[in-house]
Write a new protein. Structure first.
Length: 176
């Protein structure tokens, strides 16, 4: 689905937001490292998606969705950095795949599509950060060419547990 189509249809946008909320809330309940300690509210997800869609419409982001049998099973997006000196760069903000679709290649397909979108948008460096215990995601990012450029030990607090925050980058100037 094209983000422009999504932004132009309020009913479609509402259905998408509801499905995205279900995926994100379920993943966070299961302990996924998506930036929330507690499951996000519907309003949180709706506001987040509105922000992402506005960025996409301005040429400052990309949103990708994966469907299986007309049901949303994954989503991801990147946003361009806002500072003028960082405009050629973007951050891969979120990749989320429904629990039932994990391991099926959806995350790889979403990430690869977002990388391709970043190249087309003239992004030079695509960055991301992930929780250090998310070995499946870190392995996926490495397999797609991302390299680690930093780590904050025990930075992420989830209750009493602490996890590293790991920073990855993909230099799109070197790849064709």
């Amino acid at each position: 689905m094209d983000a422009t189509e999504l932004a132009s249809d309020p009913d479609l946008q509402a259905r998408f937001a509801e499905s995205a909320h279900q995926i994100l809330a379920d993943l966070v309940r299961r302990g996924a490292a998506l930036g929330w300690v507690a499951p996000p509210s519907r309003l949180d997800v709706t506001e987040l998606l509105g922000h992402v869609l506005r960025a996409v419409q301005a040429g400052d982001g990309s949103l990708r969705a994966a469907y299986l049998d007309r049901r949303l099973v994954g989503l991801g997006y990147w946003l361009r950095y806002a500072r003028p000196t960082h405009r050629p760069h973007a951050d891969l903000e979120k990749i989320a795949v429904a629990a039932a679709a994990q391991g099926s290649g959806v995350g790889r397909a979403l990430t690869a599509a977002l990388i391709a979108d970043a190249r087309r948008a003239g992004i030079e460096i695509l960055t991301l950060d992930a929780r250090g215990d998310n070995s499946a995601a870190l392995g996926l990012y490495r397999s797609l060419g991302f390299t680690e450029y930093g780590r904050l030990p025990d930075f992420v607090a989830v209750g009493e547990r602490r996890h590293d925050k790991v920073f990855y980058m993909l230099d799109l100037r070197r790849r064709v």
